[in-house]
Design a protein around this ligand. Structure first.
Ligand code: SF4
Length: 316
């Protein structure tokens, strides 16, 4: 089948003029599995055959060797070109092409071929579309439901900034988990996530619970970008006040010398402390390790999330 259609002469045109920031050497506690197994190759073939993008590849995720060996690929819909230019992200930036009307069914076929019990569907930002791509998300959810009704679905959405009614379209398609990442502390938004607004993202998570109080919500942070510990704790409080159920925290890794520099590597002990503090603040589930990513172990974590809610309800 044809390769994805966009031409991408420069992957990050907005970053090309920036001075190089040396990429720090990873500490001993960040070690990943090489992407070489036969199962990895099988996953890659299914992704290619269905003409799909994955965030695993586009974001240069360090966990791809481990996840794809288990056939866990995270689908990235609406093309491989993003309209934002976040300083941490390796996804290409530019003017995206038209939506592929066959993509929802292609995603559904890939989910069936991969035999996924739980799938994460994310997307590039599509500020160029009137609804930010909300209807395309909804179509993808419906196509997966039709093809593999037993698969649970997690969406990791853009912020739908200035896209009135978009969030509601996605929630009404009834994914099992609605994830939207705050990514970093509000002070660092202008340099890390300049096209986004912290309080808009927070309000988005809050609004999901207003529309469907039973829907699980999830939100992630990267650390090592220059945030202070107290700022992270404040973000946790903000997330809890928006009713977020599941918090993920992982180490930021710099994809290229043109991306935001790593301020420092947060130690495994500090991650453990974040986990303990977050659980104390009332999250149902917390994943806080150096290699935690939004979709890392998402299927197993969804089962734990459900069990945690049931246990809390039984205890109340
Ligand atoms: S952690 Fe998520 S993005 Fe990374 S390889 Fe695994 S499924 Fe893909």
């Amino acid at each position: 089948m044809a390769a994805p259609s966009e031409t991408r002469p420069i992957r990050h045109p907005e970053k090309a003029h920036r001075p190089d920031q040396p990429v720090k050497r990873k500490p001993a506690w960040i070690r990943v599995k090489a992407p070489v197994s036969r199962e990895y190759q099988a996953t890659r073939r299914i992704v290619r055959d269905n003409n799909l993008h994955t965030v695993c590849e586009e974001a240069a995720c360090p966990n791809i060797g481990e996840c794809w060996e288990k056939r866990h690929a995270t689908m990235m819909i609406m093309g491989g070109v993003c309209t934002r230019a976040c300083a941490f992200c390796n996804v290409a930036t530019g003017k995206p092409g038209a939506l592929d009307p066959f993509e929802p069914t292609n995603v559904a076929r890939a989910v069936a071929d991969l035999g996924l019990e739980h799938v994460v569907v994310t997307s590039v930002d599509r500020d160029d579309l009137e609804d930010g791509g909300a209807e395309h998300f909804a179509q993808t959810i419906r196509a997966i439901r039709e093809a593999t009704p037993g698969t649970t679905i997690e969406v990791l959405t853009p912020d739908f900034l200035r896209k009135e009614g978009a969030l509601e379209v996605v929630v009404e398609a009834r994914p099992d988990v609605f994830n939207h990442n705050l990514e970093t502390v509000p002070r660092l938004y202008p340099e890390v996530r300049p096209g986004a607004r912290y309080f808009h993202s927070l309000r988005l998570l809050d609004r999901v619970k207003e529309v469907d109080p039973a829907m699980f919500t999830k939100s992630g942070l990267m650390v090592g970008l220059g945030e202070a510990r107290d700022e992270v704790l404040q973000v946790m409080d903000d997330q809890r006040s928006a009713g977020v159920d599941f918090l993920t925290i992982g180490q930021y890794l710099q994809p290229t010398p043109k991306h935001h520099v790593i301020d420092r590597f947060v130690t495994p002990v500090e991650f453990k402390q974040y986990e303990t503090q977050a659980l104390g603040k009332g999250f149902l589930l917390v994943s806080a390790t150096p290699l935690t990513r939004s979709s890392y172990h998402a299927g197993e974590d969804f089962a734990r999330l459900r069990a945690a809610r049931e246990a809390r309800l039984a205890a109340s």
